[in-house]
Design a protein around this ligand. Structure first.
Ligand SMILES: Nc1ncnc2c1ncn2[C@@H]1O[C@H](COP(=O)(O)OP(=O)(O)OP(=O)(O)O)[C@@H](O)[C@H]1O
Length: 704
């Protein structure tokens, strides 16, 4: 599968058709009686056709040989049988179609349900387009193996049996001579079988890759257009399309070769019958009617025999689809419901993280090590630290997307793994960085916080989230339809929608993952007031780089490399002048990525300046350096509100929300040189008391 397959962790197992069939057969439960009925109808229709062919021979011998009166009786019988056969065939085929579609729906729901329980890393390792292709075309392929394949095989086998018995009944010796050639069909199918499976697997993989490229490309359309990547994207699609083309053409060639081979075998059989029949008629041992009826039986017999052989190929090809689904179904969810769930009422919301360590499946190192903290109802705990420190991993453990490898997380003293998952996620609400939007109305998007919530409750939540006014200004108010990625709402408005949803959910524990990241200063301000309303009375764990709310936090936890490097309140930590103070300073100097300022750059430069005879690497005397950061200003806008309709003054209202008056705290004026110069005299510690480096950039081993 090449590099791509490795990158996405595909390791599709090769499975025999029988194993694949057994794996999916249980999903036909409840449909089997209908399948049996459909099969019975097909068998009855085959019987009717057999009788019709016998009547045809009768008619040829009597009515066509000078006795017109002998026509009516077999003709009426024939017509009656044809009508009855058509009716049962209609009922049987309709029933079969209904049962097969039910099976497809059931299988797709089963796989979809399974995929929805997968942990976050599963979606990072599987391309979405490939998953889509597995959920659509591979699911249908399995249907051809398990339901219509089985039904078709049973029907074809019985039809072939009836026609063969009838042929034997007319002339056993002629039939025996013909059937000697029947294994040729089987041999031909066998010859093609393994190539068909290979080519079918290649086709399915290429199909998934094409869907992935299209999906990724459309999802990234801004990047494609802004960086004029159309050519590169076209080439990416072309590469996958070439693989698909090769597989499709090979598949068409194989099918055609098989078809033509079967035609030749059939011709040999027919010539044998006509040759022997002509000989028999000339010797008076056979009538013309018998020969025609016999030839007609062969005409009827070949399609089911050919169908049986073809079915082998179809099943083989479908096995490639089954393998791809089984690969997905064999991935176990990282967390499951407890065998015996602990019955608690609604918890108060005390979260205790006790000595938690965690490593992502397949990752080389631990994402968290020995993490401990507590958040009580009404408290705000901020987790901050450089990029990649393990902050978001904490939120994944709190929501129980994963269980810790060591240590425990408790909610009101009960380990999270003892709560049923659905209940736990009712008690712990996540507000992710990206506002997640359903393809539905604004009302439904808020109401999904608490299914069954009344319209009034939805509007109350929207008002508390400061979203009511902008919603009313939308073309259809609360009934305005929105969709993921739609530009109808700005980043800040979407965030307030998410806050309304969380307010409605009313969980005792709140996990906020970068609630203001990507918003410009105005948008962030508009979000803070509703955010405070949401946080009131709940245990809130906020994961953030943005330290504007830090002064209000009851506890700030600074993590790096998965370990807590500092913890305390804002003032204490600032006074300590350690990792937190450095992060805080980096933010106040308006640098977005705290990682950029992990090294005390200014100190380094100053130190170099003050080192007598220090030189640049190029040999020139060191020049006084300019500060490497930019002047303070609004944070880069990723999710801007500037395009949104004008709103009422966004500043927190000190009267109604006294605590809001303290935010945003005025940032210190930009005084680079004196302030930084003074910092040079108070060197920020860069190692922990035990000598470990504080941040990875300072790791003498050169990690990071
Ligand atoms: N699915 C995964 N598989 C393996 N490693 C992962 C996975 N997700 C995250 N990691 C690793 O775990 C570490 C912690 O990641 P995490 O996302 O928690 O960092 P973070 O502090 O939230 O970073 P940021 O501030 O940039 O969002 C990182 O080294 C990251 O590369």
């Amino acid at each position: 599968m090449g590099e791509e397959g490795e990158e996405y962790g595909y390791d599709t197992p090769s499975i025999p058709a029988r194993t694949a069939f057994r794996r999916f057969w249980p999903l036909t439960g409840g449909l089997r009686k209908w399948l049996l009925l459909a099969w019975s109808c097909t068998v009855l229709a085959a019987l009717a056709e057999t009788e019709a062919v016998l009547l045809f021979g009768d008619l040829t011998d009597h009515a066509l040989q000078g006795s017109p009166t002998a026509f009516w009786s077999p003709a009426a019988k024939w017509l009656g049988i044809a009508v009855a056969g058509a009716l049962v065939a209609y009922v049987g085929n309709s029933l079969a179609a209904w049962a097969t579609e039910r099976f497809v729906m059931r299988l797709r729901a089963h796989v979809f349900d399974h995929v929805q329980q997968m942990p976050p890393h599963f979606f990072q390792r599987h391309r979405q387009g490939d998953l889509l292709s597995r959920l659509t075309s591979d699911v249908e392929a399995i249907e051809t193996m398990v339901v219509s394949g089985l039904l078709g095989a049973a029907s074809a086998a019985f039809s072939a049996l009836f026609y063969a018995v009838a042929a034997f009944w007319i002339r056993w010796d002629l039939a025996a001579a013909t059937f000697v050639l029947a294994p040729l069909f089987w041999l031909a199918a066998r010859r093609f079988s393994s190539s068909v499976k290979d080519v079918s697997r290649e086709g399915r993989v290429a199909d998934g890759a094409i869907t992935s490229v299209v999906e990724e490309s459309l999802g990234n359309i801004v990047l494609t257009q802004a960086y004029d990547r159309r050519g590169a994207e076209r080439r990416r699609l072309q590469e996958e399309a070439n693989a698909w083309l090769r597989a499709s053409v090979r598949s068409a060639r194989l099918n055609e070769a098989y078809e033509q081979l079967v035609q030749v075998i059939e011709t040999v059989c027919v010539l044998a019958v006509i040759g022997i029949g002509a000989w028999e008629i000339s010797t008076g041992r056979m009538t013309l009617g018998q020969l025609l009826a016999f030839a007609a039986f062969l005409g009827y017999l070949y399609p089911p025999v050919r169908g049986l052989a073809q079915l082998g190929l179809t099943v083989t090809a479908a096995t490639a689809g089954a393998e791809r689904l089984i690969e997905i179904l064999d991935v176990r969810p990282s967390v499951t419901d407890p065998r015996r769930a602990t019955e608690t009422g609604r918890p108060d919301g005390t979260v205790q993280v006790r000595d938690v360590s965690f490593r992502y499946p397949g990752a080389a190192g631990a994402a968290l090590e020995g993490l401990s903290f507590t958040a009580r109802p009404g408290e705000l705990v901020i987790i901050t630290g450089p990029s990649g420190a393990g902050k978001s991993t904490v939120s994944k453990l709190l929501l129980r997307f994963y269980d810790p490898d060591a240590g425990d997380i408790l909610l009101d003293g009960v380990p999270l793994r003892d709560f049923p998952l659905a209940r736990l996620r009712e008690y712990v609400t996540l507000l992710p960085q990206e506002t997640l939007v359903l393809h539905d109305t604004i009302r439904a998007n808020i109401a999904c916080g608490r299914p069954g919530a009344s319209d009034q409750a939805v509007e109350e939540a929207a008002k508390a989230a400061d979203a009511h006014d902008f919603i009313l200004r939308l073309p259809h108010g609360y009934d305005t339809a929105i969709a993921p990625g739609s530009a109808r709402l700005s980043g800040g408005q979407l965030q307030r929608l998410a806050i309304a949803r969380a307010i409605l959910r009313d969980a005792p524990v709140l996990v906020l993952d970068e609630p203001t990241t990507g918003l410009d200063a105005m948008a962030a301000r508009r979000v803070v007031r509703p955010l405070r309303r949401l946080m009131a009375g709940r245990a809130t764990i906020m994961i953030t780089h943005d330290l504007n709310l830090a002064p209000d936090a009851d506890r700030i936890i600074v993590v790096d490399r998965g370990r807590i490097v500092e913890t305390g309140r804002h003032e204490e930590l600032l006074a300590r002048g350690g990792a937190y103070a450095r992060l805080h300073r980096s933010q106040n100097n308006a640098v977005m990525d705290t990682g950029e300022l992990r090294m005390p750059l200014w100190e380094e430069v100053r130190a170099r300046e003050h080192t007598p005879g220090s030189r640049h690497p190029d040999g020139q005397p060191a020049q006084p350096a300019q500060p490497t950061w930019s002047a303070p200003g609004p944070r880069p806008v990723c999710r801007s509100e500037t395009a949104s309709p004008p709103e009422a003054a966004p500043w927190p209202d000190a009267a109604s929300w006294p605590e809001a008056a303290t935010w945003p705290r005025p940032r210190p004026a930009f005084q680079p040189r004196p302030e930084l110069a003074s910092e040079a005299h108070h060197r920020v510690p860069t190692t922990l008391p035990d000598g470990r480096p504080l941040f990875r950039d300072e790791d003498p081993r050169g990690g990071g």
